[in-house]
Structures are given as C-alpha cells and as structure tokens.
Design a protein around this ligand. Structure first.
Ligand code: SAH
Length: 345
C-alpha cells in the first residue's frame, strides 16, 4: 500500500511517512486526490456548513517578544491599545445582531488583564449571551488562571503550538519561552475541559518538511478540537522583514492533510491565507476548512492589531465583514451557519 492510501485508510502515519506525504504536495495528481478526500470527509461531518467566529482583538499590548510577531514587546513603533469591558461587550452586541454565536477574545499577553478582570469580562459576556460560545486566545497562563477562566464560563481556547520542533521553536522565540511550556499549557487546557485549538505557521524562516511532519505527529497525539494554520507573513518591524512568506499551496495541502488526519476537526480558513491570496479563504474551504473568523474589533483599532504586513479586513465595519465573507462562502459552494458550531462528536 502506498503512503497516500495508508494515510487515507488509517488517518495516521509515522514521521518518516509524513515527510514522504508532504513531498507529494508537488505532485498535482496526488495533491488533488488528497484534497478530494478531505472535502469528502468535511461534507460527511459538516455538510455545506461553514461556522463563523466573531474575532475581537481586545489588546495589542504584549509582554512576549516572539521574533515573527508585529506586536512583540520590543516593537516601539506600535501604537498600543486595549478595549474596556464595555467596548468588548459592544463588539459582542454588534456581533450577536449580525448572527454570531461564538466570540473569540484574542490579544497579546497583557498583564493589565489580571485574572480578576478576565473573569469579570468572561462572566459579563456569558451572562448577556448565554447561547453563545466564548473562546479565549490570550497565550500562556498558569493552570490556575486557566481554571478560573473556565469556571467563569470560557468554553474554548486557541493556543497555537507554533512549531513542535524544539530547535525551530527556539529560533523563533526568545530564551524565556519554551516549547515544553507551550505544550504543557495545551494539555492543561484539555484537562480543564476546554475545546482546544492548536496550530502552527506555514513557512516561517528555517522551517523544513521534517519540522512540519513533527507538527502533524504532535497534532495526532494532542487530538485538538480545532487546528489553526496560516502562512507566515513577514512584518516590516521584525528581524524577519526581508524574509519570504509561507506558501499558499503548501498551506492548502496541509489543510487537506489535517482534515484527513482529524476528520471532525474545526479548521479555519484564516485571515493570513486571505492576505496572501485574494481568494485564499475560498481555496481554504475548498481544501477542507469549515470555519471563518471575521473581524469584530472596533474599526478604529483594527489597523493597530498588526501581526504581519498587509493584513486584510482592517477597514470595514463588522456588518460589511460578515456580508463579504458570506458572499465568499456562497461562491465556494458552502453556506454560513448561525450555530455555535461545536465540533461533532
Ligand atoms: N498571544 C496569543 C495570540 C497570538 S496572535 C497567543 O500567544 O496565542 C495569533 C497567532 O498569529 C499566533 O499564534 C501566530 O501563529 C500568528 N502570527 C503571529 N505573527 C505572525 C506572522 N508574522 N505571520 C503569520 N502569522 C502570525
């Protein structure tokens, strides 16, 4: 049996087999075969539905210094902002009226938002929007903080592992961050009953196919409910400003591979993919993705949450963003859903 057939049959491979599978990205016939299998599985579990998550980027302050990220601590050129509880609730109100039933609070690691402040925000959102799911994406915290957020009502947590190779992790992050802690956080979140999202960037400086095979092995082991992947895109005020972006084709191939590996996973067609290619998100859906995350942040602040250059959707109102994505989803032959959008069991 070939590696491709083995993968489609058993949904899992060894690291060396993943390396072989990843090399077939350049083989149009095999890539198309993988894509069709991914779409078949996606339709089997989710039909034509595409789930939406209203993304609220509530702070661009960050105490971390990830070398690739535009809002890293040492970037002096960023105008920093944070949203008040009321501003966050207004974003949710607007989003609710537009049909969102999941809100994602994402931000840098901002010490202003103490556990108490986060609990207060979480409780307020869950009180006012009891039929909605709340996702947090605020980086690495202690087990105790995660426990408190969960107790306050948070349902899901997004924390990309970024890369499962400790050498590459080391080269992309400063000394005080470690892959070990990142992974521990993900296992802690699982233990606390969060629906967990991991993921990685495609094509950051130094990444090889062997590193990506490591990522797939890690995802296979963690079995997260969600996986976020998108191309790396350089930011002009980072050391990687002159580097090449990650490849759209490789990202699409990986979306299909991840769909086959974890058939019921929630898989977003990311903004970074849409930034690299005007039809990137549509192509993501056609590769097996089933989630989109339109921006709900206040328009005045959007340009300031600049993780990478040329980020799209920074000029529109929330309603425009939703309508635009709805049209895009329709054009890809799918349909935006108004549900909370939990993973099927
Ligand atoms: N502080 C939170 C949120 C990080 S921003 C956390 O640590 O989880 C969300 C994601 O954006 C990151 O996990 C990273 O994978 C991605 N990202 C950051 N910089 C990027 C870049 N230059 N190109 C593409 N993606 C980037």
């Amino acid at each position: 049996m070939t590696v491709v057939d083995k993968f489609i049959k058993f949904h899992r491979l060894s690291k060396s087999e993943y390396i072989e599978l990843l090399q077939y990205q350049k083989d149009d016939g095999i890539a198309e075969y993988i894509r069709e299998e991914a779409v078949r599985l996606r339709k089997q579990y989710y039909g034509n539905k595409v789930f939406t998550r209203g993304l609220i980027e509530f702070t661009n302050y960050c105490k971390n210094n990830c070398y690739y990220c535009g809002i890293r601590r040492d970037n002096r050129y960023v105008e920093r902002y944070r949203l008040t509880k009321n501003e966050i609730l207004e974003c949710c109100q607007q989003g609710y009226a537009l049909g969102y039933r999941t809100f994602v609070l994402q931000g840098g690691e901002d010490p202003y938002y103490t556990d108490e402040r986060m609990e207060d925000i979480i409780r307020n959102i869950k009180n006012e929007f009891s039929d909605c799911a709340l996702t947090l994406s605020v980086g690495e915290k202690s087990y105790e903080s995660y426990r408190r957020f969960r107790e306050a009502g948070a349902d899901r947590y997004l924390l990309r592992h970024e890369t499962a190779d400790s050498g590459l992790y080391r080269s992309l992050h400063p000394e005080m961050m470690s892959l070990e802690n990142r992974k521990q956080c993900l296992y802690n979140l699982k233990k606390l009953g969060y629906q967990v999202g991991a993921g990685f960037m495609v094509g950051p400086p130094g990444q090889t196919i062997s590193h990506i095979a490591e990522d797939l092995i890690f995802l296979q082991e963690l079995c997260p409910e969600m996986v976020g992947i998108g191309p790396f895109i350089p930011h002009h005020d980072t050391i990687y400003s002159g580097e090449r972006s990650g490849s759209v084709e490789q990202t699409l191939y990986l979306l299909s591979v991840i769909r086959i590996m974890l058939p019921k996973v929630l898989l977003p067609a990311t903004t970074a993919l849409g930034t690299m290619d005007p039809l990137g998100r549509e192509k993501g859906l056609a590769a097996g993705a089933n989630v989109v995350m339109p921006n709900l942040s206040p328009v005045k602040k959007r340009k300031l949450y600049e993780l990478y250059d040329h980020k799209i959707c920074t000029g529109e109102e929330a309603a425009e963003c939703r309508n635009c994505l709805s049209r895009r989803v329709d054009s890809a032959g799918y349909s935006l859903s108004d549900e909370r959008g939990d993973a099927v069991r």
